[in-house]
Design a protein around this ligand. Structure first.
Ligand code: SF4
Length: 249
């Protein structure tokens, strides 16, 4: 079992409905590979200086597609070579140097665990033990990971806060992301560029947008915002999973 380097990928080409293409150029911050039992698990990491976390709701609304688009591109590219790859995980890794205020003396190991927890990656892992334990060796002795979003109940089931996906769920989410990306490309190609930003609490995309002065949306007297219906993890999987046809006798 080990992590290894990888080659650069060519640009991502998304076929559009009118026969055109959307060509995406980007750089994956980091790709790790885990070789186990003849399978290579792919982990994609995006380094973030802010507090970015993985949100199913943002994926649903097409606001957070990048990591999964990269993973999909990586898997499709290497599938052509005949190699056997599986999605291992996608993560945001916070670049931070946390400080701790402690009111009691703790061991070096305890302090290290708290620091790891403050930097725990946010993302989605494949639900396979070899991968999960490859990402956090300490899970053999402990029930909760300070490195990845996985924990287990006393009975040994994943906790509700764990972000795990089976191989089928990974295939479903990657299909969903590919379709959403194509829809965005189709809309752009059709000339749909009306400013229609969302607002979720205090969060809007306009706060950090370089085009604010050009689009003028938030300078209006009463700018209109799209409201996003809340989608939690269960809603997300329920809505993107293809429905099984009813069984016939
Ligand atoms: S400022 Fe305009 S272009 Fe930028 S996110 Fe808001 S609505 Fe979109």
């Amino acid at each position: 079992v080990g992590f290894g380097a990888h080659e650069a990928l060519p640009p991502i080409v998304i076929r559009l409905q009118d026969g055109g293409s959307l060509i995406l150029n980007g750089k994956i911050d980091r790709v790790d590979l885990l070789d186990a039992n003849g399978t290579r698990y792919v982990k994609i990491i995006d380094y973030k200086s802010g507090n970015k976390t993985f949100h199913f709701q943002d994926i649903y609304y097409g606001l957070q597609l990048q990591l999964l688009v990269y993973l999909d591109a990586y898997l499709k590219y290497y599938k052509k070579t005949g190699a056997s790859f599986k999605p291992g995980g996608v993560f945001y890794f916070r670049i931070t140097d946390p400080t701790l205020a402690l009111d009691e003396e703790l061991s070096a190991e305890a302090i290290e665990k708290i620091l790891y927890e403050k930097m725990r990656m946010s993302g989605l892992l494949l639900q396979e033990d070899v991968l999960i334990h490859g990402l956090d060796h300490s899970l053999a002795e402990s029930r909760s990971s300070a490195i990845v979003p996985v924990g287990y109940t006393k009975k040994g089931d994943p906790t509700a806060a764990s972000n795990l996906a089976t191989e089928e769920q990974y295939a479903t989410i990657l299909d969903f992301v590919a379709t959403r990306t194509q829809e965005i490309g189709d809309a752009m190609k059709a000339g749909i560029i009306t400013p229609a930003p969302y607002r979720d609490g205090q969060r809007t995309p306009c706060s950090y947008c370089s085009y604010r002065s050009l689009c003028r949306h938030s300078y209006g007297e009463a700018p209109r915002w799209r409201k996003l219906k809340k989608i939690d993890k269960a809603d997300f999987w329920e809505s993107i999973t293809p429905k099984q046809p009813p069984e016939t006798e």
